[in-house]
Ligand binder design. Structure first.
Ligand code: GTP
Ligand code: SPV
Ligand code: MN
Length: 609
């Protein structure tokens, strides 16, 4: 960067935060943008950026009557999901990254990144986005600054996190620590060359330095690869902070439920990507007298409160929800939030009147659409109109059922934790853990069929501990040990009960064994009644499952016998499962906590294997 533009960075910097100014200058020197722009987060600024993105062809304005202030974006078909193979945890010691992460020596990686980022922002604007994860009035606000050459990232970050001037003022007042996060699409523009609508590089690198708490992302503009406050900070980096400071950063929704007697419970649930978190977080209960309120749909930061209770906070500000399967019949609360506008849709299909559509949005399929690739589409086309990982990005305060406690810096007490995955067989609809450590065992062996949320094969069963497999920022065995250690740090009487759930089990005939969605409230009711000692259960080798008639089926076309099918513990299936768990646990080597090995041996014994 030339002397004069270097000068510009410093003079134009609207902050006295010396470390921040120095870091921004350093990144600008490396990446060589045409200009540096500090994002203030205002509506006026957002409108201007959106207009520029429309002119560039990145955003398409939607029908303003149906979707006010909303836009559609279409990514490069080679940039449609998180890229786990290209995601790295560069801890000082390889051992600290564990077997679940890709690792490279930090010095080697930095040399690599210096090459990749050198001049990468030529011909572009470098945006500086000050942001905070969680409420700005928290006792210790968790700051970050993302530097990016993508205006699409700026407009999306404005929905997903609290950004801009207010954050910067608070940050500079104490010269606060911030997580530095550098993002580039990796496509410099040469003099006189035109840009494309969705610039990205075939070579992608999503890199974390856990000791430094820093993030470098190159080559992708999509979702968790590029909106660095989300998975990169709030899970990978935050999980390391949480280990060091005695708390938990988890891939969980938070839902508040109030029973007909007016007593409230907060449920946190960890399901892998595209396995139902947003849907459960916006649950419309189908049982009489129960009320549900949303607190979070993807990330939960849990700390131990003054009375030894676990308290959860959602650090995000928006929803980045899977579009397909979100519809008026399955998730009306999400549909109402979306209908208020102010949203960015990525890789959905367009209707002829300038609206959006995706598989499962309406029962009736439109006769004609423009698919996410820009081609004509009809129901006879024989391919999905929207990409399976297409997303809606919508401000969280547009959810009618949002709990006022969402804004509380202290968060809410968590009364129950659910771990869940997508399994056609073996795993019952719901199983209550026998103890905290037994619950950690359930979480540690959580498994799910892979989805389109990450690049790679779909439908393959993989183990996904606490739904955090792609997000644990350190050694997975240490992570399980950290979870197990929470029991001793918390008040035993206030520890949440743990449950394993599976909305996706099939009957021998092939259909879903459980209707899911709003009817999941019936399972939550059973879980809460278990906390209160009011619901019946049958003890099995793997834990406590509901008796056929202990699940409220009022108004549902199902019998207790159907429930028995959904909660069956099948000896043959569990023999296969045990072998698979044994294989999984072998991967941890010495770092698997002994307490979990004991749990495994106990299960084996109870199953008579
Ligand atoms: P990420 O944002 O990737 O973390 O996904 P998520 O966990 O929030 O998943 P989401 O709620 O968006 O659901 C993903 C898919 O699962 C959608 O296609 C839903 O229709 C489907 N789904 C969600 N809940 C249920 C359920 O209870 N039963 C069935 N059968 N499908 C469900
Ligand atoms: C997930 O994959 O878990 C998501 C989408 O929530 S992304 O933000 O791309 O990680
Ligand atoms: Mn997610």
């Amino acid at each position: 960067m030339s002397e004069s533009s270097d000068q510009q960075v410093i003079e134009a910097a609207p902050t006295t935060h010396a470390k921040l100014v120095a870091w921004v200058r350093e990144v600008a020197e490396l990446t060589q943008p045409d200009q540096v722009y500090w994002v203030d987060g205002s509506q006026e600024e957002n409108d201007r950026l959106a207009a520029e993105l429309v002119a560039a062809g990145t955003l398409k304005p939607l029908n303003q009557e149906k979707f006010p202030n909303s836009f559609a974006a279409f990514s490069d078909p080679k940039d449609v999901a998180r890229v786990e193979e290209r995601t790295f945890i560069c801890s000082e010691n390889k051992r600290d990254a564990g077997f679940t992460n890709n690792w490279m020596d930090p010095a080697e990686m930095k040399a690599k990144l210096n090459g990749l980022f050198a001049g990468t922002m030529r011909g572009r604007t470098m945006y500086v986005i000050p942001f905070v994860m969680g409420p700005l009035d928290a006792e210790h606000p968790q700051f970050g600054v993302e530097v990016t050459d993508s205006a699409y990232v700026v407009t999306s970050m404005r929905i997903m996190a609290r950004i801009g001037d207010d954050v910067l003022r608070k940050m500079e007042a104490t010269e606060a620590f911030f997580v530095p996060a550098v993002h580039s699409v990796g496509v410099p523009i040469a003099e006189g060359e035109a840009d494309v609508a969705w610039p990205c590089n075939e070579d992608k690198w999503i890199v974390h330095f856990p000791e430094e708490r820093s993030i470098w992302s190159f080559g992708s503009g999509y979702g968790g690869n590029a909106l660095l406050g989300k998975k990169c900070y709030a899970l990978r980096i935050a999980s390391v902070m949480a280990r060091d400071e005695g708390w938990l950063a988890e891939h969980m929704l938070i839902l508040k439920l109030t029973n007909p007697e007016g007593k409230s419970y907060n449920v946190a649930a960890a399901f892998p990507s595209a396995c139902g978190k947003t849907n459960l977080a916006l649950l419309d209960p189908t049982i009489e007298g129960w009320k549900a309120e949303t607190l979070g749909d993807d990330i939960n930061w849990m700390r131990i409160g003054k009375e030894g209770e676990l308290r959860g906070v959602n650090p995000e500000y928006g929803l980045f929800g899977v579009a397909p399967g979100t519809g008026w019949s399955t998730n009306p609360n999400a549909m109402r939030a979306i209908a208020k506008g102010n949203s960015i849709f990525t890789n959905v299909a367009l209707t002829d009147d300038g609206g959006v559509w995706w598989e499962g949005m309406t029962d009736e399929v439109p006769a004609h659409l423009t698919d996410w690739l820009g081609n004509d589409w009809t129901p006879e086309s024989g391919r999905p109109a929207a990409h399976p990982n297409s997303r809606f990005c919508t401000p969280i305060d547009q959810i009618d059922m949002l709990s006022p406690e969402y804004y509380s810096p202290e968060g809410v007490e968590i009364h129950a934790i659910l771990f869940g995955g997508r399994r056609k067989t073996t795993i019952p609809l719901v199983t209550e853990a026998r103890s905290w450590t037994n619950g950690i065992f359930m979480g540690s062996t959580l498994s799910s069929e892979t989805t389109a949320a990450a690049a790679g094969a779909v439908g393959v069963v993989r183990r996904d501990p606490m739904a955090m497999l792609p997000f644990i920022g350190y050694d997975a065995g240490d992570y399980l040990n950290h979870w197990d250690s929470i029991e001793a740090k918390a008040n035993p009487a206030r520890l949440p009960k743990i449950f394993l759930v599976n909305w996706f089990r099939r009957t021998p005939e092939g259909g879903f064994a459980w209707p899911g969605f709003g009817d999941n409230s019936r399972v939550l009711k059973w879980a809460i009644d278990r906390i209160e000692g009011k619901a019946e259960a049958r003890e099995t080798a793997i834990g406590f499952v509901p008796t056929g008639d202990s699940i409220d089926l009022t108004g549902l076309d199902m019998t207790p016998a159907d429930v028995e099918v959904a909660v069956k513990v099948d000896a043959g299936e569990w023999a296969t499962e045990l072998a698979s768990i044994e294989e999984w646990y072998a991967k941890f080597g010495d770092s698997l906590p002994q307490s979990l090995r004991n749990e495994f041996n106990g299960l084996k014994e109870r199953l008579g294997a």
